[in-house]
Design a protein around this ligand. Structure first.
Ligand code: C2E
Ligand code: MG
Ligand code: MG
Length: 575
């Protein structure tokens, strides 16, 4: 073989090896995601490998073509990308940029690597281009979820708290006010219960959109806190009571109904609480809580209004919390006692019976009347154990007195709505009477209208059962609240108690006398017994006697008193 042939053979073999390598590189790059640009630094040339066509419609052959890539990406990302495309100029080895293409919504990641020779000069550079659109949209979705509320598209609580923190920091520097408004849709339950959760959600959604419209101005953001409750923060550098203005705008907008997809038009009102930095607090979370706290005040005052937070409101709230905690403890320790107030037949002045009235023995011996704690006990449910104790204790006491004094009278016991709602109430009462061997006809249950308003059907059914056993039923505080006359027809009543508020003015106010007399006539016609509560003066007694009231209860003839005091009354009563 000649030298020439040998050299040719060698070259051929080398070429074959080279094309094999090239094929291998190509195969790898084709199967890899994206495209590669290879820049040998000693030439103004770029080798492209992989799937560049997926991204650009043009070829890239030399450094002049890099400008075409820059032309394709969104203006906001050009600077970043330029830094990566010309990485060798920075002296760094690696860098990357994420850019969105102008023409499509595609996101690309460019990552560059430069290798340097022994003298530290750039030898070559590779740029890998990959499609990161999917990843970006997932990130965006996560970002959305982190900042926004899914139902309304308003900010969520977390982001709102963060922004409110920023407002407060700015306000600290500029001596300004930040108002936090808690906005609660009134009687949202009615919509939810009446039209269903889906329509309830739709209302919340539309309400949210309305708030979003209202906070187009900067320095104002809204969020959906929960259910039907929204919160807005307003940075108010000029101190122009922007919260008031906003409230007026919301009310104006709410004159119009919301149109729901089931065809119903819903008009709502809102209760709004406002707490302001720096007056109420310097903490974002506290401002949100305080604004929510004063909403309860607005609700209690009949809804559809606005209330600003102030310290007395906080004190009142803290006191009620303290009372609630003390009451829970009192239930555990059974710190209650019973007082009994006598009732007398008018005319004969014979004892008719006693009303059992609970008292709370405070820690330093003071006696706390039920007006202070019964409303709290009804709210937190402790009325159920307290009431159970009251029933048992009054019946136990009655059984003892009945044996001791040898004559029957009526033991009248106040029962709360929550007690009637317990399905076990009837059984409990009957078994207590049985345990103490007390006749049901000597026990009377006092109910108020609030018991009936809540769940008339259940309560009246239970009352009928109790009455069928001979237990007496008395309608307490008649004349307050709604006093629906239809109750009188539908309920199994034996006695009606005319509220003290009538007795208070019966001697001084002619219309009160007209009403009192009309009530008494009606009571007589229906065959009920009448009791006047809160009789303090002889004059009142004489008048009530003259118009035919059956029974008198009041300080005039006896206050509520502990059992040992009442025993003196019982001793003096005819057998
Ligand atoms: P009520 O059932 O209407 O009881 C009558 C209230 O009027 C009692 O107040 C009694 O002390 C008061 N009173 C009676 N005569 C006079 C009077 O001549 N002048 C004045 N100023 N007041 C008079 P008390 O004992 O403070 O009870 C208030 C309310 O608390 C009761 O009103 C009743 O609704 C509720 N309550 C009392 N004990 C119980 C109980 O054991 N269970 C439940 N659920 N509620 C109770
Ligand atoms: Mg009563
Ligand atoms: Mg009463």
């Amino acid at each position: 073989m000649s030298e020439m042939q040998y050299q040719l053979g060698l070259l051929k073999a080398m070429n074959q090896k080279l094309t094999e390598k090239e094929r291998m590189y190509n195969a790898i790059c084709e199967s890899a995601e994206g495209a590669f640009l290879y820049f040998p630094m000693d030439r103004n040339q770029i080798v492209t490998l992989g799937r560049l066509k997926d991204f650009f419609s043009f070829d890239i052959k030399d450094c002049g073509d890099l400008q075409r890539i820059l032309d394709e990406v969104d203006d906001a990302h050009v600077m970043d990308l330029r830094r990566v495309l010309y990485l060798e100029k920075s002296g760094r080895g690696t860098d990357a940029a994420e850019c969105q293409l102008k023409s499509r919504r595609m996101w690309l990641r460019f990552s560059a690597r430069v290798s340097f020779d022994r003298d530290g000069k750039p030898a070559d550079k590779v740029i890998h281009i990959s499609d990161i659109t999917k990843q970006r949209s997932r990130d965006e979705e996560l970002l959305y979820m982190a900042y926004y509320d899914g139902l309304t598209g308003l900010y969520n609580r977390n982001y709102f708290v963060r922004m409110l923190g920023e407002y407060i920091r700015t306000a600290e520097e500029t001596n300004s006010v930040v108002s936090v408004m808690n906005i609660d849709i009134d009687e949202f339950n009615k919509v939810n219960d009446g039209l269903g959760i889906v329509m309830g959600d739709e209302l919340v959604q539309q309400f949210g959109l309305m708030l979003k419209d209202l906070c187009q101005e900067k320095n104002m953001i809204a969020c959906h806190l929960h259910r039907d409750v929204f919160c807005m923060a307003i940075y108010d550098p000029a101190g122009q009571r922007t919260a008031d203005n906003l409230y007026r705008k919301i009310r104006d907008r709410l004159m119009e109904p919301f149109h729901l997809s089931d065809g119903s038009d819903i008009t709502v009102t809102v209760s709004v609480g406002v707490a302001e930095y720096p007056e109420a607090s310097h903490s974002a979370l506290e401002l949100i809580n305080y604004a929510e706290l004063v909403v309860f005040r607005v609700k209690a005052a009949g809804r559809n209004g606005i209330q600003y937070f102030n310290v007395p409101i906080l004190d009142e709230f803290l006191n009620s919390v303290e009372l609630e905690n003390k009451l829970k403890q009192a239930v555990i320790n059974n710190d209650f006692i019973m007082y009994y107030q006598p009732q007398y037949y008018t005319g004969s002045k014979r004892l008719r019976g006693v009303e059992a009235l609970v008292r709370w023995k405070g820690s330093d011996g003071e006696v706390i009347t039920p007006g202070t704690f019964i409303p709290v006990a009804e709210k937190n449910g402790s009325i159920v154990p307290i009431g159970k104790w009251v029933v048992e204790e009054s019946i136990r006491q009655y059984a003892r007195w009945r044996r001791q004094f040898g004559f029957p009278f009526i033991m009248s016991i106040n029962i709360s709505a929550l007690q009637y709602k317990k399905s076990s109430f009837v059984d409990f009462l009957l078994s207590t009477l049985n345990n103490y061997q007390v006749s049901p006809s000597e026990i009377e249950l006092e109910i108020t209208e609030s018991v009936l308003i809540d769940d008339f059907a259940t309560v009246s059914e239970r009352l009928k059962v109790l009455r069928s056993y001979g237990i007496r039923i008395s309608l307490d505080d008649f004349g307050t609240g709604f006093s629906s006359l239809s109750y009188l027809k539908k309920l199994p009543i034996d006695t009606l108690k005319i509220d003290k508020s009538f007795i208070d003015t019966v001697m001084t106010d002619a219309p009160t006398r007209v009403i009192t007399e009309a009530i008494l006539n009606m009571v007589k016609a229906l065959g009920f017994e009448s009791i006047a509560e809160g009789v303090e003066e002889e004059q009142q007694y004489n008048y009530l006697h003259s118009i035919g009231c059956d029974v008198i209860q009041g300080y005039l003839f006896g206050r509520p008193q502990p059992p040992e005091e009442l025993e003196k009354v019982l001793e003096g009563s005819p057998a």
